[in-house]
Design a protein around this ligand. Structure first.
Ligand code: UDP
Length: 328
């Protein structure tokens, strides 16, 4: 189902291009021979993630906030990937209005662009639409259990509204849309100190600081390596299915187990320290990926250990630390 490299060199727009997933998606699209226009307002994105593309003639970056009308260069886009939204709970809880507007006003701008260009739009949504789920594992048919006025509402409800906007435009305009629900993506280019568990634990372990386990550490997440996530996004765009489709790794771990793996793989003797569980922190999360397997022929390939090794190597480099010995 995947389009072979260079089969369709039309312009692809990626919003959130300087972000963690967005920058990897730009790389993958360029490898496939597309021209890519990256947009990002750099609120949480980082130009450094795109520095290696500065001399790449098929890539152009424009600093732009998607809540504003798109720049003229975007009018030629043949496909649109919307990834623009802060994703770290610690960050988005400090900027809830901007977060909510990115998913609502921003998605609305891009949907109108998609309509003008008759271009399919892929909305990157999230497992957070399931909230603190009462169904386990989570299937796409589950409507979720979200606190609409809680600390996470700016992100969760923003993403839910974005999904509803996409499906409304499909219903009313016949727009071609796809919705992907990502589950805890991790890998190189996570921002050290942005508050997410994988980056926090690895940076703490490498610095010999205590790993901050929130609550009793028995809450679970299912971590998906970024290359697998990007592969899922490309397959979803290539196909016809509007989604929503879960893109995640069903291999579920407690936060405590993740801490232990990070300690083992870094060879660190850091201690663990308990911190209060943030409000509305989901207790369990694991994707049911039957739909992705059936409709996209997609399943993750990279194990947690392998993905953590790549991510640890990235953070060692980014923190200017020597590669550690003693990994298991
Ligand atoms: N977490 C933790 N220590 C940290 C950061 C996060 O124990 O330093 C926990 C957090 O409470 C949550 C899980 O790890 O249960 C995943 O948190 P993250 O912010 O990475 O993503 P979420 O899935 O909550 O959006």
């Amino acid at each position: 189902m995947s389009i072979p490299p260079t089969a369709e060199p039309g312009l692809v727009l990626v919003s959130g291009a300087a972000g963690f997933v967005g920058s990897h998606l730009c790389d993958a699209l360029l490898r496939r021979g597309h021209r890519v226009l990256g947009l990002d307002n750099l609120s949480t994105g980082d130009r450094a993630h795109l520095a290696h593309l500065e001399q790449e003639p098929a890539f152009r970056f424009i600093e732009h906030d998607i809540t504003e009308p798109p720049p003229a260069a975007a009018e030629g886009a043949r496909r649109i990937f919307n990834l623009a939204c802060p994703a770290s709970p610690a960050w988005y809880q400090r900027r809830p209005i901007a977060t909510l507007l990115a998913s609502t006003a921003g998605t609305w701008q891009l949907l109108q662009l998609a309509r003008r260009n008759a271009a399919p739009l892929l909305q990157v949504s999230t497992s957070e639409v399931y909230g603190d789920p009462q169904q386990h594992p989570q299937q796409e048919s589950y409507w979720g259990h979200v606190n609409p006025i809680g600390m996470r509402a700016c992100y969760d409800e923003g993403k839910r509204a974005a999904e509803a906007l996409c499906f409304s435009c499909r219903q009313e305009w016949g727009l071609s849309i796809r919705v992907a629900r990502l589950f805890n993506c991790y890998g190189p280019r996570l921002t050290p100190g942005d508050g997410r568990v994988v980056s926090n634990f690895i940076v703490q372990a490498l610095r010999g600081e205590a790993l901050t386990v929130y609550g009793d550490g028995r809450q679970t997440r299912s971590f998906c390596y970024v290359d697998d996530t990007v592969d899922g996004l490309l397959r979803l765009m290539d196909g016809e299915h509007p989604g929503p489709i879960n893109i995640g790794n069903p291999d579920e771990h407690t936060v405590m187990a993740l801490a232990q793996r990070v300690l083992a793989l870094t060879g660190s003797d850091s201690a663990l320290v308990r911190r209060p569980l943030p409000p509305d922190d989901p207790t369990r999360r694991r994707p049911d990926i039957d739909r992705a397997q059936r409709e996209l022929g997609w399943a993750p390939r990279i194990s947690l250990d392998e993905g953590l090794r790549h991510t640890i190597a990235y953070f060692e480099q980014c923190l200017g630390l020597p590669a550690r010995a003693g990994r298991q």
